[in-house]
Design a binder for this molecule. Structure first.
Ligand code: HAM
Length: 420
């Protein structure tokens, strides 16, 4: 009898060599950047009491309502595979009375998280985060330093095309006032929104702002913005964060709808997105959570942190590497046997000058050859036929502009280099 093989759980992947080499390299780079900013590593358990996340992430969030892997242990206790680690870090900070040491504490972690989401590219049920948290300071300079560190890390791993989205969600006091205004505005429009939004409008109106349902988007765009309802302290804090970022020449995009999918946030919230990722474009997310320690039974302790989605970071790094590969400078097209040796000679000369060159040695119709040149992304096509051979000048076509000129073979390298 043939035994059916057992497969891995849906949304949970095996990572094998050589892929794991890149995972290790990114982790090593993160550890080195964290060390430079004086962060120490924390390792917390993967299982926590379910109540930890219900209290911190929030009972009315998608994570807690729909995505947690929770089960009853043999002694009836409800346990959950951690969907994120900030709550665990703050729990550990309280449990070990780290605050008694005074000063600020900077901790980082690397490891798996679990959310029962619909799997797709960049979204898994077991995924990995590289995260860091700073506990014990309210200073907007800490916010700026955290973002500065992130930007340094992204540069180190070769990600240059990204956007930093920034917002402030205020403190509980100004948020309460904003929620009044928001509730009122929602009263008039919620009837035409999705079912989740209709419920959220009552239970947790802020969550309406991160609804992803297409038809709701124009309605959400017109809702009042939290940034216009910050109290003077929160406004001042946010202005300082912004001016510190500007002083560091860190570009950001003010994004009033960025309230994030977890309830513990206060004041600064941010995400970094990358166009290379498609629909799941957030490489990382984070923000301040000044009330979280108290929510978990600890002393008042401001905090801020972020988590990088390592699975997505890998995808973004791979896309960046592909993009930065040496571009093909020239594709040589030849017609007729006598042109073949001229083509091979020219390829050798151009390559000797450091240019990346491709030439096909099998005869091909010119249309097909030109099609290949453009498919390969060649900057120039050099065309050699009977006429060119007898003239002693080859056609050099700029594949971008479409312009074509006749150039002597010995001058082609210079001609191409001049426009690379
Ligand atoms: P989060 O926005 O829920 O924040 O997750 C952070 C990042 O984890 C996301 O931007 C994404 O890159 C990655 N991620 C989340 N879910 C998945 C998934 N199903 N598959 C793959 N990647 C995923 C937090 O977790 C907060 N703890 C961040 C934080 C730290 N805030 C303050 N400190």
């Amino acid at each position: 009898m043939k035994v059916e093989p057992i497969r891995s759980v849906k949304g949970m992947r095996d990572l094998l060599p050589p892929d794991t080499n890149l995972w290790q390299r990114l982790e090593a780079e993160a550890r080195s950047v964290f060390a430079a900013y004086h962060y120490g590593e924390i390792r917390t358990p993967i299982l926590e009491q379910t109540g930890l996340f219900a209290r911190s992430v929030g009972a009315d969030t998608d994570i807690v309502m729909k995505e947690m892997y929770s089960f009853q242990d043999r002694d009836e206790e409800s346990l959950t595979l951690r969907p994120e680690a900030t709550a665990s870090v703050v729990r550990a900070y309280i449990e070990h009375s780290v605050y008694n040491q005074g000063g600020i504490h900077k901790l980082y972690y690397v490891g798996p998280m679990f959310r029962r989401e619909r799997p797709q590219k960049g979204r898994y049920r077991q995924f990995y985060q590289i995260g860091a948290e700073v506990l014990g300071s309210e200073s907007p300079l800490v916010d700026a330093e955290v973002l500065e560190m992130l930007v340094l890390f992204l540069e180190r791993v070769g990600i240059r095309e990204y956007q930093l989205l920034l917002n402030s969600v205020g403190c509980p006091a100004c948020r309460a006032a904003y929620l009044e205004v928001l509730r009122e505005a929602l009263g008039g429009v919620k009837g035409s929104m999705c079912e989740d939004c209709r419920r959220r409008a009552e239970t947790n109106p802020l969550r309406v702002l991160d609804c992803k349902v297409e038809a709701d988007q124009p309605i959400i765009e017109r809702l009042p913005k939290i940034i216009e309802h910050l109290d003077p302290e929160c406004r001042g804090h946010f202005e300082r964060v912004r001016s510190e970022l500007e002083a560091r020449r860190i570009a950001y995009q003010l994004t009033p709808r960025l309230v994030r999918g977890l309830d513990y946030y206060t004041r600064t919230t941010f995400e970094i997105t990358s166009g290379a990722l498609g629909a799941q474009n957030a490489v990382l997310g984070g923000g301040r959570y000044d009330g979280l320690s108290e929510m978990l039974g600890g002393p008042p302790t401001p905090g801020i942190g972020f988590s990088i989605g390592q699975d997505r970071l890998i995808l973004a790094v791979q896309a960046a590497v592909l993009k930065s590969e040496v571009p093909l400078a020239a594709y040589i097209v030849w017609m007729g046997e006598p042109a073949l040796s001229a083509a091979a000679r020219l390829a050798r000369e151009l390559r000797a000058q450091g240019l990346s060159v491709e030439v096909d040695y099998d005869p091909m119709k010119i249309r097909k050859a030109m099609g290949l040149a453009s498919k390969l992304g060649a900057r120039f096509a050099v065309i050699i036929g009977e006429g060119e051979l007898s003239k002693g000048r080859y056609q050099v076509k700029d594949m971008g502009s479409g312009q074509q000129e006749e150039v002597e073979p010995g001058a082609i390298a210079e001609r191409i280099k001049a426009s690379l």
